[in-house]
Design a protein around this ligand. Structure first.
Ligand code: ZN
Ligand code: ZN
Ligand code: ZN
Length: 357
């Protein structure tokens, strides 16, 4: 697997006339080597030349944690790692740099190699990472299945009288118990807090009549889950049910529109036109979705202006929302995978409003 991915990256380098790829922390590294580096001040860097063998430079003390088929070159505590890595880079060529490398490292490389040209590696890596293979889709499927169970378990939890933070902790525990390796986020946004799409769970006490946005995800074998379901405490707030019916329709129609050959922005248009026609257009304040994989948010972004073609193997969220300032918010989110002739919805828990105590 690793070998095939490195070969694909090298072919992409040669296609673009780039001499080497330089990646550090971030998800390109585990994608290419199977190893996720700690985001620390001791640099870990993979150098992939357009032709020839790649090399992975790691701090000596971390070398024993690394399990990869790529050649490992440990550097010691008193070595200058920038110097050692720079000798593996073309002094006058073009180097594509992973988008999450620390600025301090990039500046050091630029000073060490003043005649090299550094470009963004994302246009090279994103097309590779966007198309998931069977193992990646299996991990995404397992992750989705885990959080679907959590959404259902939450329907039996008492929300009323607890703080958003308490519910968020319960969600996190359930996500881990579902077989996830880690929790990435557990947004719980009650009442008017729901109108802020990325609200951080606070000490606000959840009250009867609140609508609560619960948006959560974690990682299974490196791959993300991400789902949003809506919980109402006893009853729904005024004006909520009518809007929710619109949102359900918009989300379902957007999912149904996913197939190879459509564009990312066309999927956004499907959701947005239904919400706009019902009069809530100005309250749908974010894109319809984002890709998911080794990163929680990655390409393709399902947004106006992205005319990129949708292709089999892509995985992304469909998560329209309606946010009425100072009143409430609502969102429904599923992860989908594009198949050869349509779409597989990975999240299958009920999207109906869930009434809880
Ligand atoms: Zn989000
Ligand atoms: Zn989400
Ligand atoms: Zn999402």
């Amino acid at each position: 697997m690793t070998g095939a991915r490195i070969a694909a990256a090298q072919a992409a380098l040669r296609d673009r006339g780039i001499d080497a790829l330089l990646v550090s922390v971030g998800s390109d590294l585990p994608y290419l080597t199977g190893y996720r580096a700690m985001p620390l001040e001791r640099i870990t860097a993979l150098v992939v030349p357009a032709t020839g063998d790649p090399a992975l430079f790691v701090p000596e003390l971390e070398a024993s944690r690394v399990d990869t088929s790529v050649e490992i070159r440990p550097w010691g505590e008193t070595d200058d790692p920038i110097d050692r890595i720079a000798t593996a880079l073309p002094a006058r060529g073009v180097v594509a740099v992973g988008d999450q490398m620390w600025a301090s490292f990039l500046i050091a490389f630029q000073e060490r190699l003043p005649e090299a040209r550094f470009v963004d590696a994302e246009p090279l890596m994103a097309p590779l990472r966007m198309i998931k293979d069977e193992d990646e889709i299996a991990a995404l499927r397992d992750a989705a299945h885990g959080v679907d169970g959590v959404a259902d378990q939450l329907s039996t939890v008492r929300f009323s009288g607890r703080t958003e933070r308490e519910i968020s902790r319960i969600v996190s525990d359930l996500v881990l118990a579902s077989g996830h390796d880690s929790v990435s986020f557990a947004i719980v946004a009650a009442g008017r807090n729901g109108a802020s799409p990325h609200h951080e769970a606070s000490d606000q006490i959840i009250q009867p009549g609140d609508a609560v946005v619960v948006d959560f995800g974690g990682r299974v074998r490196g791959y993300g889950s991400d789902t949003t379901r809506m919980y109402c405490i006893g009853e729904s707030p005024e004006g909520f049910d009518e809007a929710y019916a619109v949102l359900e329709r918009a989300q379902a129609a957007a999912v149904a529109s996913v197939r190879p050959g459509t564009t990312a922005e066309a999927i956004d248009t499907v959701a947005r036109s239904i919400i706009s026609a019902a009069g809530y257009g100005e309250f749908f304040i974010h894109r319809t979705g984002h890709g998911i994989g080794l990163d929680a948010h990655e390409q393709p972004y399902i947004v106006q202006g992205n005319t990129g073609l949708i292709r089999a193997g892509m995985a992304f969220s469909i998560e329209p929302g309606i946010y009425l300032p100072d009143r409430w918010g609502m969102r429904i989110e599923d992860i989908v995978v594009v198949t050869d002739d349509g779409v597989e919805r990975l999240n299958r828990s009920s999207r109906k409003l869930r009434f809880v105590e």
